[in-house]
Design a protein around this ligand. Structure first.
Ligand SMILES: NC(=O)C1=CN([C@@H]2O[C@H](COP(=O)(O)OP(=O)(O)OC[C@H]3O[C@@H](n4cnc5c(N)ncnc54)[C@H](O)[C@@H]3O)[C@@H](O)[C@H]2O)[C@@H](O)CC1
Ligand SMILES: [K+]
Length: 491
């Protein structure tokens, strides 16, 4: 998995990497700027475009100067607006300042007329990971102006104003696209920052994963290549028992949809047998929209040990006796998936938490999580608190949202890269519960079940949204689950 290196270690990482490859830091800056300009050329093919590059005094500004030179070479008409006298800037900035060709218009910010031609592109290379205070003065005024411009806005590494690990305080650049080097900086994944980050792209600047691992902390980014190796493969003599027998507990009168979606998602994720236990007087009379789903009774002394996995909570309602929930956890006594109304029961009865089987997977959205642990200031606090919860209670906490966080009991924090805004639709979370329960029932470790479930749920959403966009609904996501296996090369 890709390490998310902390901002304050990046300078040291760059230096050590350059030494290990026998290159200079300005060579590494060139590699980064080259990756940026290549991305730029393949996404904005029209060479008659005007490009404005705004450069701060550090190495982010140095990147900007190198990018300006490279884009000028490719035929765009480039203007650089810079803020600081060159002798006050970083060494690599100075090298690149001296290499700016005459064909680039160079103008100091205090002499700039503030005009940006219609249809231009703005590149923000004011500050990156070196930001150490809120934006003020002339830079504040210019960022404000850029944010109100109708031009397309791109940020180099980080939108100016975003600290690498915490939530923005004051003004920041509003990018339509953020092109970050090698790995995402943590704050690019915060929901509060979506409006500043826009579309996030990682640019490979040649630093290999093995080298990055020397600088790894506890945060990682889940990419496509991390998924295949976590899957089990089945052979042609496998029978439905090998694919697991799972039970989804949930659904109450008038609320059968959620648990039906979870059950159907489990079937599409590969479960051999899917049972559902709805909270009805006469559950056996329930007709599910999918006839492959079988009804199970969990009341009294029903044998839960025959199940390979249980997912509990979707549409369960708010009239469940906490002792009944307790009896299910105690009787099953293996990792289970806990969602929705089952999470609310835990929030209302905190004494139950210690009975949650070790390594269970809890899947709250932000509100459910706050019900569980209390109100939080921002996402940075939420991440810490989710991780603490996972470690203290020896569970996996999946905090759903853009870049869903998987907090593991050993303290690692994994951030998802798949999915998009169209997945914010009713029932999307119920689908995830079914998918994770299904993998758990197929014999995956809880960690792998959570990772594969979260990643493929996002991928299925991306695939479904190609044709459906904002019209996508939860069952469209389910229909695309099989395609995610094909896309990832999973048998
Ligand atoms: N592997 C990588 O990540 C690479 C990083 N490079 C670039 O280097 C950047 C980091 O460079 P630096 O460490 O020089 O940091 P920055 O360029 O982000 O900014 C540092 C400078 O800005 C000043 N500053 C910070 N906040 C300010 C504020 N609010 N108002 C006024 N001045 C402020 C600092 O005192 C310092 O002089 C990265 O973001 C990236 O763009 C690339 O050049 C090469 C590879
Ligand atoms: K920037």
């Amino acid at each position: 998995m890709l390490p998310i290196v902390k901002g304050n270690r990046i300078k040291e990482l760059d230096q050590q990497f350059a030494v290990s490859k026998n290159i200079t830091s300005v060579d590494l800056m060139e590699q980064a700027s080259d990756a940026f300009s290549n991305w730029f050329c393949s996404n904005f093919e029209d060479r008659s475009l005007s490009v404005y590059v705004f450069c701060g005094s550090g190495n982010n500004g140095g990147d900007g100067l190198a990018i300006a030179r490279l884009l000028d070479q490719k035929g765009y008409s480039v203007t650089v607006v810079y803020f600081e006298d060159v002798q006050l800037c970083s060494e690599d900035y100075q090298s690149n300042f001296n290499r700016i060709p005459e064909s680039v218009t160079l103008v100091k910010a205090d002499a700039w007329d503030g005009e940006i031609a219609e249809g231009s592109i703005i590149i923000d290379a004011v500050f990156g990971v070196g930001l150490n205070r809120a934006i003020g003065g002339a830079i504040h005024n210019i960022i404000d102006l850029l944010n109100s411009s109708s031009a397309i806005r791109l940020a180099v590494d980080l939108p100016t104003g975003l600290p690498a690990e915490s939530v923005v305080d004051g003004l920041a650049f509003h990018a339509d696209f953020t092109l970050t080097f090698q790995f995402p900086k943590l704050s690019l994944l915060f929901p509060e920052h979506i409006k500043f980050v826009g579309e996030l792209h990682l640019l490979d600047i040649g630093i290999d994963d093995e080298f990055l691992e020397k600088f790894q902390g506890n945060s990682f980014y889940i990419r496509k290549q991390d998924i295949l190796g976590r899957h089990k493969s089945f052979h042609r003599f496998s029978h439905k028992g090998d694919f697991g027998r799972v039970l989804l507990i949930g659904g109450a009168p008038g609320k059968l949809g959620a648990v039906s979606l979870s059950s159907y998602a489990a079937l599409r994720t590969g479960s051999g047998l899917v049972f559902c236990a709805p909270e009805f007087e006469e559950p056996l009379e329930i007709q599910f929209p999918y006839e492959e789903i079988m009804v199970y009774q969990t009341r009294a002394n029903a044998d839960l040990s025959v199940m390979d996995a249980i997912g509990i909570g979707p549409g369960w309602g708010n009239a469940i006796d906490p002792d009944y929930f307790l009896s299910i956890m105690v009787r099953f006594d293996k990792p289970m998936v806990i969602d929705a109304d089952a999470l609310n029961l835990l929030a209302q009865n905190p004494k139950l938490i210690k009975y949650v089987p070790e390594n269970s997977i809890l899947t709250p959205h932000l509100k459910e999580f706050e019900r569980l642990v209390g109100k939080m200031e921002d996402h940075s606090e939420r991440i810490e608190s989710a991780s603490l919860f996972a470690v203290e209670n020896k569970v996996i906490l999946v905090l759903k949202g853009a870049h869903t966080l998987i907090a593991l009991p050993d303290g690692r924090r994994l951030f998802n890269s798949s999915g998009n805004q169209y997945m914010a639709t009713a029932g999307s979370g119920d689908v995830l519960t079914g998918m994770i329960t299904s993998f758990l029932g197929q014999g995956y470790t809880p960690e792998n079940a959570a990772i594969c479930g979260v990643y493929q749920h996002g991928l299925a959403g991306e695939m479904a949204s190609v044709a459906k966009r904002r019209g996508m609904i939860a069952s469209d996501i389910i229909e695309k689950i099989p395609d995610t296996f094909i896309d990832l090369g999973i048998k």
